[in-house]
Design a protein around this ligand. Sequence first.
Ligand SMILES: [Zn+2]
Ligand SMILES: [Zn+2]
Length: 230
Amino acid sequence: MPYEGVVEGIYLVGGAGLSGPGDCCVYLVDAGDGGSVLIDAGLSTAPGPLFQNIEETGHRVEDIVALVLTHSHIDHIGGASAILERADCEVVAHEADADAISDGMATRTAADAYGVPSPHIEVTRTIRDDGGTLNYGSAHIMAIHTPGHTPGNITLQMEVDGKVLLFANDVHGPFSRAWGSDLDAWRRSMNRLIAIAPDILLEGHYGVIQPKGPAIEFIRDMLEQDMRMM
Ligand SMILES: [Zn+2]
Ligand SMILES: [Zn+2]
């Protein structure tokens, strides 16, 4: 399956229907001069289709300058090892999830629930609190700490062509004590995202939701559901 263009320089390159059945949505951000930033990596231990989609956007896997992990779950970080074999890139995550990722904690990464080994992926740039802006070439990506689904969950905000984009990963949950989920924190985080009023919501499994009305409605709908801890 080919990639999906979102707006100029932003591509959906991975996901359950795009790269592999267990993959989260993987987004590629053009950073100019051939470079790019990858947001999440999918579950993939067979990264061929993901790599092919990246190449089809006109970018090389070798030229990825940063891999930003939105949270510790295996369906978002599992593909990192294959990417790091080809790209000499920074690996970015929030400090509250970084240890789970670096130490390969099978419970916190949900690798045990998936029945797969938890890789040890070295986080080379740690975000604290709201992380400010990550600058990679022409890509300026603001990191917002949105705990709830996991303690170190981050949402990434960009402005492209006058549109506000939120890469908000697993807005829909689910939630588990084993992952350190916190429902009250999640509600606060989701209300922060609503207040930003995104034009485009780039969800972790539901894909690209736009324009502003449906994007906000998606988050509101989740808040109105009777979410429970697993
Ligand atoms: Zn998750
Ligand atoms: Zn997920």
